[in-house]
Design a protein. Structure first.
Length: 82
């Protein structure tokens, strides 16, 4: 059984994890667009720079997705208690 405080913490963790995941996805999307624009303009240096950024942002996105799934798994357990 979860206490009310634990339940509130789980709900807040789900909200925060979703926002973090969405922010990571948006940052990755923006960087991808900049990468594609640099490639279209044949700006190899800028394309390399954006590609490096994309690599790090992909890792951030994957980690934020993992955190979100963990939070929602805890939320599922919370819901099952009712």
């Amino acid at each position: 059984m979860y206490t009310n405080e634990e339940a509130q913490a789980i709900i807040q963790a789900c909200r925060t994890a979703t926002i973090d995941r969405d922010s990571a996805a948006l940052a990755l999307a923006k960087t991808t667009v900049k990468y594609m624009a640099a490639m279209d303009a044949n700006d190899i240096e800028e394309a390399r720079h954006q590609f490096r950024l994309m690599s790090g942002l992909r890792k951030d996105y994957v980690e934020s997705e993992r955190v979100m799934r963990t939070a929602f798994a805890m939320n599922d357990k919370l819901i099952a208690q009712f």
